[in-house]
Structures are given as C-alpha cells and as structure tokens.
Design a protein around this ligand. Structure first.
Ligand code: FAD
Length: 573
C-alpha cells in the first residue's frame, strides 16, 4: 500500500513535470536580492527555465506533490488517504518522498492528511522542487541555478530534522537520499588513524550501514533510529547513540569528508590535514551549513559481543513519590554503566518508565545485569512489579536488532539539554524532580546517558561542543503532537521554551547546553547553548565557506544573516 502511495505521488510528479515543459515561458525581470524568489513573483524561473534545468539534470528534477494530496479534493482517494494516515509516524513514509519533513510542525498544515478533504492542499512549506542527486554534476548544476535565479536552497537527506532544516517554502532541495555507496577500506592510514574504515555515500542510513558493516564483521558508530542519515545531519551534528560511551560521538569517527563547496561548486576532500578548517566545521558544526557532503569515511571497529537489556515499570498501584523513587534508583545506576562503556536510552512519561535499551558493547549479559541490579533491588523493595529482559549477542548489530524497537517519526515537539557529569552523581535528586515537574504538564522525558571516552582529555580536533565531553546525559523533553488542535501545538511550544526546558536547565545552573539536532527551535540563546565556545570560529568558517549564505537553517551557524517572514519567505536580515 505504501508503494501504491508512492506511485500515486510519482504520477503527479510526472504530470507536473510535463506541464512545466508545455506552459509558455514568461519573461523574468531582475531578481529581488533581499528575499529569495517565490512562485508568485516575476523573478521565479519560467516553466521553460525549470524544464531546461530538468534536461541538464537528465530528468531528475522533481516538482513537489505534497504527501497529503490523496487526502484532499479534487484528488481525494480514501484508501490511499487512510493508508497514509495509518503509516504517518513510520519514517519510511517520509524518507522515500522528495519533500515530506517528518516533524509535522514544519509541514505547517500545507496539505495536512488529517484535515478535512475539502481543505485546500498547497505546496506551502514543502520545497517547491527537489533534485534527485545521483552525481556531483547534479549538485553543481543545482548550485549554479539557485545562484543565477536567487532560489532558496535546501539539502534534504531523510527529512528527519526536528527543526525543519531540510524543508523550506519555495526552495529547491538537493535530495541526497539516492546517493548510495558502501566500501570497506581494510588498511586506512593517516597520521591520526591506522586501521579498518568504511566509506559511505551521503544517502546511506544508519542501520543500512550497520548491516553492511556487520556482513564484514565490523561495527560503525550510528544512531538509535535506524533510518537517520549517517553522513547527513546525524554525524555533521555530532551524533549520539548506543555506542557513544564505547567509541565516542559520531563526528569523532570521521576520517575524511568529500564535499562540494558552496562558494565554488568544487568537489574537495576534507581531513584533519587537507582543508582542516572545513573538516573541523563539518565534524560537529551542523548539517546543511558548510557544504554539500557527498561521502564520508569513518572508523570501523571489529565486532564484539554486546549485551542489552530492557526494563519497564509503571506507577500503577503506587504513590507518585514511590514511582519517582524508582526512577531515581535507576538513574543512580547510570554512572557505572557509562564508565563500563554502556549507554541507556529511557523514557519517563508520567506513569510509565521504559528503558529501551541499555547497551553494553563489549560486555557480557552478566556484567550488564549486575549494573542494572541495584534498580531492580529498589523496585522489589518498593513492592513494584516490573518487566526486565536482558541478552547477549556476538555483535552489536544483533543486540541492537534484538532489543531496539523501530523508531517512529517526531510525533512530538521537542527541546533538550545535555547535562554535566555531576548531575548523575551529585544532582540526581534534582534531575528526578525536574523530570517529575515536566511529566506533570503531560510531557514526556527521554534520557540518553553516556560518557565520552577519555572525558578528562578534551579534544579540539572537531567542532562537537566541548562540554559534551564532560557530560553525562542528554535529556529530551517532548510534548505530544496533536493532529487536530494546532493552537494546542503552538501553546505547547511556548510551554517548552518558557517552562519545561528551564525546569531541566535548573538542574545544572550555568551549564545550559543542548544537542543541536534536538534543541528547542525557539531556544533564545541558541548560539551559546548549542555551540558553546566553538561558535565564533564556526561563524568565521561559515563566512569563509559560504560567504553568500546560500545554505540556511534554523539555529544553524550564521543563520542570523537571514530570517523567515511570517509567510515563510527567506530574506536577508
Ligand atoms: C525518530 C528520530 C530519532 C533520532 N535518533 C537520533 C539518535 O539516536 N541519535 C542522534 O544523534 N540523533 C537522532 N535523531 C536526530 C537526527 O540525528 C537529526 O534529525 C539529523 O539531522 C538527521 O539527519 P538526516 O540527514 O537524516 O536528516 P535531514 O532532515 O534530511 O537533514 C538534517 C540536516 O542535515 C543536512 N544535510 C543532510 N544531508 C546533508 C549532506 N549530504 N550534506 C550537508 N548537509 C546535509 C540538512 O540540510 C539538514 O540541515 C533522531 C531524530 C528522529 C526524528
């Protein structure tokens, strides 16, 4: 059924592209350079100009048909619409399209599949066109076009971005998802690293890479969600996951980037020694900001046995004080787990606690059980029932697949804080109280506990916020998305910015640090909170590598140069 939907959308795309070739051209007056051009303006390229671009791209220019089209008249198709609604939280529904962002706020009700069929379906905040990138020349041709025509450019990989950085009204997207490639390099040698490595193309997703590496007896650092783009926003944004305590952040793994420069359209390599500034900025400074990544080469590790565990309990039948006492007991286990090279991913949603999973790469089931046991002892002493399962596999890949449920899309609005090490040792009580406060507003709290390897040896070899290296847990707050109540969604954003994130922030006064891929998009002090003291260098490198600010994203480095107007136009400030 999902592929039927794709066929349906494709037929619209073909129809639309044939229309662009048959409609008569109109003349284009000079572009207004203050804002990017919009379809209703004379500066917008003529159908003939789009058609010429499509010819240059050998037919890989895709006019957007919003994903919700079958849910609206005159194209209403009940079975397809019902399927779309029922699969809307499946990442596959979105990453196989050229335009749909997974976080529904950024679709901005443009063609809302949950709205009444009579409401209009508009392209709205979806990109206007996407280029299905299959080669570097597709990228250079697109860059030349957006420069010549003053069109907003967006880089889209999977569309996972919580901040909507891979969509944009009236934009032309470079859709990187179809750049495929995976190569094992048996003896990669550089000054910094000698050993196995893998080179992956920009469109490869986290679990695809893990599976391909597993087939070679290797492990590659990736995210918890199977479908995030490994060389896209994940690694460029820093990259957290179940292997963080064992091997470090995603960005720490990068040996080389291959990147098309925005300033000249040139394909260059960036390593710690070749174009070191570009390497430094791309490795942690954020996706969609410094260049268009075509591939990356990362460290690969020999597979090793891994243990994983899941735990759940609820407040059913016990007072809330007791429930949060059990949550606190669990969090007290985390420093030792991190110290042993493990990571825990857990959620506290009001009345329910779920650990899914704790992972101990390189460790045994017995070791992991022993690390979690103090929490189970506490649960038993509180007479609380719980479900605990643990296992051991010969590889991380198998343990991941045995114990991690498939991720859903961002069906909640988020904000986050990364908290320092002493939070879990000295401020554990305050953290639990803050979680309780957030839960009292109906919002959920997720934790990812970690300890960067060698926390006492801070490195400046990449642009991951240095505070991450002495942090202990990434705390994500989520308010549930409503398909029917837009005003509630807006109110929840204010709640996030003004109440929920400040509650978490108070756990570690003066620390105020957030993961750039999971930050509240309204974060008032985003430069300091996301990038810390790397911001000034990142900003000067943004000016060096993208002096015209062709790439723009909410809270991205240098984004002060442009702003979105109320109707979604991107303009110079
Ligand atoms: C359900 C879910 C689970 C997640 N789990 C994790 C997790 O476990 N760990 C973690 O660290 N993060 C996680 N994230 C956050 C995720 O890492 C970010 O959303 C990330 O930006 C996704 O990158 P992408 O390329 O897949 O997405 P996209 O939305 O396509 O792109 C994200 C950003 O990267 C840019 N970009 C994409 N490709 C390129 C390229 N080739 N060159 C230059 N810029 C590019 C885009 O312009 C955009 O700014 C999760 C997000 C979701 C929604």
């Amino acid at each position: 059924m999902a592929s039927l939907l794709l066929l349906y959308l494709l037929s619209f795309q073909l129809l639309a592209s044939s229309l662009t070739t048959t409609v008569l051209a109109h003349s284009s007056p000079p572009n207004n350079k203050t804002c990017h051009c919009s379809p209703n303006e004379p500066c917008w390229p003529t159908p003939q100009e789009w058609s010429t671009l499509n010819t240059t791209l050998q037919g890989r220019l895709i006019p957007t048909t919003p994903i919700g089209t079958p849910c609206h008249h005159p194209f209403y198709n009940e079975p397809l619409c019902t399927t779309l609604q029922s699969t809307y939280t499946d990442p596959t529904t979105h990453f196989q399209t050229s335009s749909s962002p997974m976080a529904p706020f950024w679709a901005n009700r443009s063609c809302d599949p949950f709205a009444a069929p009579a409401t209009p379906c508009k392209t709205g905040t979806y990109v206007a066109y996407a280029v299905r990138v299959e080669s570097v020349s597709d990228i250079t041709a697109t860059l030349a076009f957006v420069r010549a025509k003053n069109i907003r450019l967006v880089i889209r990989n999977t569309g996972h971005d919580y901040l909507g950085k891979s969509t944009g009204k009236a934009a032309l997207a470079l859709w990187m998802h179809h750049l495929r490639g995976f190569d094992v390099l048996d003896a990669y040698t550089s000054q910094a690293y000698t050993g196995k490595a893998v080179k992956i193309a920009a469109g490869m997703m986290s679990d695809e890479v893990s599976a391909r590496a597993h087939a070679h007896g290797l492990t590659v650092v990736g995210g918890n969600c199977a479908s995030i783009g490994l060389a896209g926003g994940y690694t460029q944004g820093g990259g957290l996951g179940l292997l963080t305590s064992r091997y470090g952040f995603g960005a720490d793994q990068v040996l080389e980037w291959e990147v098309v420069r925005v300033d000249g359209g040139e394909l260059v390599k960036a390593t710690p020694r070749v174009n070191p500034d570009l390497y430094w900025a791309l490795s942690g400074g954020g996706g969609g900001t410094f260049g268009i990544v075509v591939s990356m080469t990362v460290k690969a590790y020999p597979e090793e046995r891994s243990a994983a565990a899941n735990l759940s309990f609820s407040s059913s039948g016990v007072a809330l004080d007791v429930f949060y006492g059990a949550v606190a007991a669990f969090q007290n286990c985390l420093p030792a787990l991190s110290e042993a090279g493990g990571v825990a991913i857990y959620v506290v949603q009001g009345t329910v606690f779920a650990l899914s999973p704790a992972m101990l790469p390189g460790g045994s089931k017995e070791s992991l059980d022993a690390l979690i046991e103090p929490a189970l002892v506490k649960l038993r002493s509180l007479n609380m029932s719980y479900a605990y399962t643990s296992m051991e596999s010969p590889s991380y890949h198998e343990a991941y697949h045995a114990m991690v449920s498939p991720s859903e899309t961002a069906y909640f609005q988020i904000g986050s804080r990364v908290l320092p090490q002493h939070t879990l040792t000295e401020n554990s009580h305050q953290l639990t109280q803050a979680i309780r406060k957030v839960n009292s507003y109906g919002a959920g709290v997720g934790g990812l506990s970690f300890q960067a390897p060698n926390p006492n040896k801070p490195t400046r070899r990449n642009s991951v916020n240095p505070k991450f290296r002495s942090s202990a847990v990434s705390v994500t707050v989520g308010t549930i998305w409503s398909n029917t109540d837009w005003d509630l969604n807006l109110a929840n954003q204010e709640l996030m910015t003004n109440v929920l994130i400040p509650a978490i922030d108070r756990v570690a006064p003066g620390w105020s640090t957030a993961y750039l891929n999971e930050v509240d998009h309204q974060e008032p002090e985003w430069q300091k909170v996301i990038y810390g003291d790397t911001y000034s260098r990142l900003l000067s490198l943004k000016t060096k590598f993208d002096p015209d600010h062709i790439l723009w994203g909410r809270t991205a480095v240098g984004s002060e140069a442009k702003t979105e107007t109320a109707d979604g136009k991107l303009c110079r400030t």
